[in-house]
Write a protein that binds this ligand. Structure first.
Ligand code: ADP
Length: 249
């Protein structure tokens, strides 16, 4: 079953500039799908549609379906519960005075019993390697720590679909390795947009290559990302780990 389906989605920002042009994609239950493409390709814009942050209005055509239901203004609360979105910039996501409150916000909003929330926060912070960070101020953390607090806040809501925008951009190599292991072990359906193509090869079975707001290629991650000509044509590079692979054996 497809947990997520995007059909012929086009979107223009208020300045009238088209950011997505007829994008279709899907993710099956439990699948990990990569979204790659150069800067400005439309990756973040696509991700913002996957949990209804960008609304259904005149600037948008096409549809986004989550667990069989089209996202509309009527089911946004349910969609936010099912789809956890990690923003590219952690500062867009963190707004409480303490890490505890930030991570607790989602589960409280989605009805976790009050007596469970401290435990959920503790476990979610442990999952991202931030045990004991509850009383810290999110705004005094490093970029990588902020990114992990945001992820803890999402994991605390136990979403069926996890949408991650550049999850490793602020992490050091150890943090990146740990996050890779964590993401790999999660049972949720996962969609990851990243310039970190090694991460994409490592985690994703399929990828969509976006450029100019369009899907210009899609298929098995190894096949698409090992196509050097295709990668270079769209401002990317063949990942080092695939240097000796050829796209069409
Ligand atoms: P990517 O994530 O692949 O770098 P984005 O989705 O951020 O691409 O951007 C797609 C296009 O939309 C770009 O041309 C970008 O300049 C434009 N864009 C992104 N955010 C906004 C915004 N808030 N207002 C106007 N244009 C935007």
């Amino acid at each position: 079953m497809n947990m997520l389906e995007v059909n012929d989605l086009s979107y223009s920002y208020p300045d009238g500039k088209p950011a997505l042009r007829g994008v279709s994609m899907h993710a099956a239950e439990g699948e990990c799908v990569g979204i790659v493409g150069p800067n400005g390709a439309g990756k973040s814009t696509l991700l913002l549609h996957l949990n209804g942050i960008l609304p259904e209005d005149d600037s948008r055509h096409g549809k986004v379906v989550v667990c069989g239901d089209r996202i509309t203004s009527a089911n946004l609360h349910e969609v936010h519960r099912m789809v956890g979105l990690l923003f590219q910039d952690p500062d867009d996501q963190l707004f409480c005075p303490t890490v505890q409150e930030d991570v607790a916000f989602g589960p409280a909003q989605f009805g976790s019993p009050a007596g469970e929330i401290d435990r959920i926060v503790r476990e979610s912070l442990a999952q991202v390697g931030l045990e004991g960070f509850e009383r810290r101020s999110p705004h005094h953390l490093s970029g990588g720590e902020k990114q992990r607090v945001c992820l803890a806040g999402i994991l605390a809501c136990n979403p069926s679909i996890l949408v991650l925008d550049e999850p490793t951009s602020d992490l050091d190599p150890r943090g990146r390795r740990e996050l890779t292991r964590l993401i790999r072990g999660l049972p949720a359906t996962r969609v990851i947009a990243s310039h970190d193509l090694e991460l994409v090869v490592d985690l994703c079975s399929r990828v969509y290559l976006l450029d100019g707001g369009e899907v210009v290629a899609s298929g098995p991650a190894v096949e698409i990302l090992s196509d050097e000509e295709l990668m270079l044509a769209h401002g990317l590079e063949k990942p080092h780990s695939l240097q000796h692979r050829h796209p069409h054996p």
